[in-house]
Design a binder for this molecule. Structure first.
Ligand code: ZN
Length: 136
């Protein structure tokens, strides 16, 4: 169990962070693309390779998620750190003042929904979609 992370383990926490980071920035159909790639946030070329990401960032510590120092900056070694979700939520709240979601809801502290991986979306959209799907 403690040896798995050293290899290219697709199920490791670190790999998962790398994968979702790339998705948010590059996959237009990703739920969070609007807040990342859609705003021009990129992943540096070096991090196309998971091994480089692992070398630069190290293993993802428990209960931490990938965070950017400058929320308007790219995903690159000089702008990334592992943060607890609380630190990241504070950053996101500050950043949220500038914008509305793609459906026009105002983004502010009370209107953000945080996922367990540290990403967030407009709460109104999340709950609306939940209702449409017949979820709670
Ligand atoms: Zn919305």
């Amino acid at each position: 169990m403690t040896h798995g992370h050293a290899r290219h383990n697709k199920h490791s926490r670190t790999y998962n962070s790398w994968h979702t980071m790339k998705r948010r920035c590059r996959t237009k159909t990703d739920d969070n693309y609007h807040y990342y790639g859609g705003r021009g946030i990129k992943v540096c070329k070096r991090w196309d390779d998971f091994i480089n990401f692992l070398k630069d960032m190290g293993i993802r510590p428990p209960h931490k998620t990938l965070d950017r120092v400058n929320n308007n900056g790219d995903y690159k070694p000089s702008n990334c750190k592992w943060s607890t979700r609380k630190q990241q939520a504070n950053n996101n709240r500050k950043q949220a003042r500038w914008s509305h979601c793609k459906r026009g809801h105002k983004l502010m502290a009370g209107n953000l929904y945080y996922f367990s991986n540290g990403s967030w979306r407009c709460k109104a959209c999340v709950t609306r979609r939940g209702r449409e799907r017949g979820l709670k």
